[in-house]
Structures are given as structure tokens and as C-alpha cells.
Design a protein around this ligand. Structure first.
Ligand SMILES: *Cc1c(COP(=O)(O)O)cnc(C)c1O
Length: 224
């Protein structure tokens, strides 16, 4: 079987330099993460707060941990001391909580706005108009400890490549629109987090700057 190191190298060879690779290690043991770490990987993504804090405690402190799942406001406090990017912000309420917890830790936490681009009901995210309400609100303007650095989305789980491509195009368009309207003089608004194991090449073709890959690096996940 191909090692984690080999798989990481193969992905790195297939993607442009400007695309960051988040290795999605959810459900995987520390040993697997260490192997990827020793191969040079530093950005890892998790989607459960408890699992993430446990791994943060156990593993090298120069890992950049990304939270990629749906985040409940009452759990923000556990990851606020160390998380480097929260991918899936979809409400002002969550953003305000992140701001409050970041302030307690004397940090500024980077966040992405998650957009709903798929046609599956289970996927969280903002619709196309909601970001305007959020970004124009008085509440948002008062926040000092969060920094919105881009957008994130997940395509429909399907083999229909044209459909996936259209969904990624929608996210790219939303990014461009927000950039123009709210972040034109802000260099830190630059990330488009889209693309997973099955669709990352399609995502990169549509302008992704950050891909989130789990099973292609670590193998299929087993849920117990
Ligand atoms: C699990 C997960 C991934 C990785 O999925 P793979 O198909 O295993 O690459 C990426 N993004 C999010 C939000 C996830 O929950």
C-alpha cells in the first residue's frame, strides 16, 4: 500500500504552489498525523471540537489547526486559544462568539464565510444574499478580534463534473463580488477554500486557493 508520505507528495505535485493543502485528519490516529507531519505537512483540518483539542494537546505545537466543521457557539472557547482558521462561519452570532473568545485569548482569529452551493439539504452555509446583511451590520463592524480571510464551500456529492464545476464557479463569483464590495483594499481577504478528495482538481480549475483533503491522504475513514 502507498504510504501517507507518498500520497502527500503525489498531491503536492499535482497542485500549483499558490494552493494550500489542508490535510483532513478527522477520525485518524495521532500516528497518521505524525507521519504526514514528518513528510513536511503542517496544516491539518478537524471537524469535531473534542477531537481537535485532544490532538492539539498531543501533537507538535507548530501544527496549524483548521476547524472545518459546523461549529456550535458554546464550543468556540475550547479552540479559541490555538485554532488558526475557522472554515465554516455562517452567522453573525457565531462570528460574535469567536470575536469574544479571541479577545479573551488576546488573539485575532481568521475565519471564512461558508456558502451553501450544493443542493443537499444537510450542508450548512449562507445563501447568496446573507453575507451582505452580515457585512453591513453594525454588530460586524464593531468586531476587533476576527478577520474574514475568504470563503468556503462544499459541492454536491455527485459524479456529475459539470454540476460540481458550476457550484465551484458560484463560490468563486461570490468571492469576487465580496472582494469588490467589502474587501477591495484588504489583502488578507484572499482564500477560496473549495475542493476535497474527489473534486480538488475541478476546484483548482475554478480558482480554489485552499483544498481540504482527507481520504486520499489517510485512506477511507472508519466510524465506530
Ligand atoms: C471530511 C471533510 C473533508 C475531506 O473529505 P475527503 O473526501 O475525505 O477528502 C473536506 N472538507 C470538509 C468540510 C470535510 O468535512
Amino acid at each position: 500500500m502507498e504510504t501517507i508520505t507518498k500520497k502527500l507528495q503525489r498531491i503536492q505535485q499535482n497542485i500549483p504552489d499558490y494552493v494550500s493543502l489542508v490535510a483532513v485528519s478527522k477520525t485518524k490516529p495521532n500516528e497518521a498525523i505524525i507521519e504526514a507531519y514528518e513528510a513536511g505537512q503542517r496544516m491539518f483540518g478537524e471537524n469535531k471540537v473534542q477531537e481537535l483539542t485532544q490532538k492539539y494537546n498531543d501533537l507538535p505545537k507548530d501544527i496549524e489547526w483548521h476547524f472545518i466543521g459546523h461549529l456550535q457557539t458554546n464550543k468556540v472557547k475550547y479552540i479559541a486559544p490555538f485554532v488558526s482558521l475557522i472554515h465554516a462561519v455562517d452567522s453573525i452570532k457565531l462570528l460574535k462568539t469567536i470575536d469574544k473568545e479571541a479577545a479573551k485569548n488576546k488573539r485575532i482569529i481568521s475565519c471564512l464565510l461558508q456558502f451553501f452551493i450544493a443542493d443537499e439539504e444537510s450542508k450548512f452555509g449562507l445563501n447568496m444574499k446573507e453575507p451582505d446583511t452580515l457585512l453591513q451590520s453594525e454588530e460586524y463592524r464593531k468586531l476587533q478580534h476576527v478577520r474574514i480571510t475568504g470563503v468556503m464551500g462544499m459541492a454536491t456529492f455527485t459524479n456529475d463534473e459539470q454540476k460540481i464545476t458550476r457550484e465551484f464557479q458560484t463560490l468563486k463569483r461570490n468571492f469576487d463580488e465580496l472582494k469588490k464590495r467589502y474587501f477591495s483594499d484588504n489583502d488578507s481577504f484572499k482564500e477560496i477554500s473549495m475542493g476535497m478528495s474527489n473534486d480538488y482538481l475541478l476546484a483548482i480549475a475554478q480558482g480554489s486557493t485552499m483544498i481540504r483533503i482527507g481520504s486520499t491522504i489517510f485512506g477511507e475513514r472508519e466510524y465506530h
